[in-house]
Design a protein around this ligand. Structure first.
Ligand SMILES: [Zn+2]
Length: 194
């Protein structure tokens, strides 16, 4: 028997995705991800009219997802998009916003690396990139690497192979582990940077 998508209740050959522990079809999955990213943009008020925005295209699933989403935003709001594979210190003053396409997995990895540098507080305080977070943002930091990959696949965008994350095993018995870890990291950073 074919499984029905638990969101739209239709039979669908893609309904077997178990990423959120419920069957979901291609259409509902990409809708959910787009909604989540748009909410991130709205809540954080990342963009203003006429912003000059640089998107870093570093050949990651996150950067392909970000490009797709930002081209949607561009159709509804007067912003100017540019694309480069990396950014320089000059770009920091030339652009209003730089989008670095860090997904949930990337955010956790960056933080874990900083912890392992021993002196966490100084490391974070001295990290220019984090200091300039109001300038360098990510619209997809609430989306996992695996989700970016599936989103890109379903939308027929570019993809690269997904590398396994250390927290993937915890996500099975305890779903949302990665997202709640990332939320805690954001809280810790905001306390340290006060
Ligand atoms: Zn559906």
């Amino acid at each position: 028997m074919e499984t029905k998508c638990s969101f739209c209740e239709k039979h669908n050959e893609e309904s077997s995705i178990e990423i959120i522990n419920r069957p979901i079809c291609k259409f509902c999955f990409t809708n959910q991800i787009e909604k989540r990213i748009r909410k991130n943009i709205r809540v954080n008020r990342f963009f203003s009219k006429n912003d000059d925005i640089l998107i870093i295209m570093n050949n990651t699933n996150g950067s392909f997802t970000t490009k797709y989403i930002m081209e949607q935003v561009e159709q509804k709001m007067p912003i100017k998009l540019s694309f480069k594979d990396s950014f320089t210190s000059e770009d920091l003053s030339n652009f209003d916003i730089i989008i670095a396409s860090q997904n949930t997995d990337d955010e956790i990895d960056t933080f874990i690396n900083q912890i392992s540098e021993l002196n966490l507080i100084n490391e974070i305080k001295n990290n220019d990139e984090i200091k300039k977070r109001n300038h360098i943002i990510s619209v997809i930091d609430n989306v996992s690497e695996q989700e970016c990959f599936l989103f890109n696949t379903f939308k027929e965008l570019d993809t690269v192979k997904v590398t396994k994350h250390e927290l993937d095993d915890f996500d099975k018995p305890y779903p949302e582990t990665k997202f709640s870890t990332n939320k805690s990291i954001k809280k810790i950073k905001s306390i340290i940077l006060k």
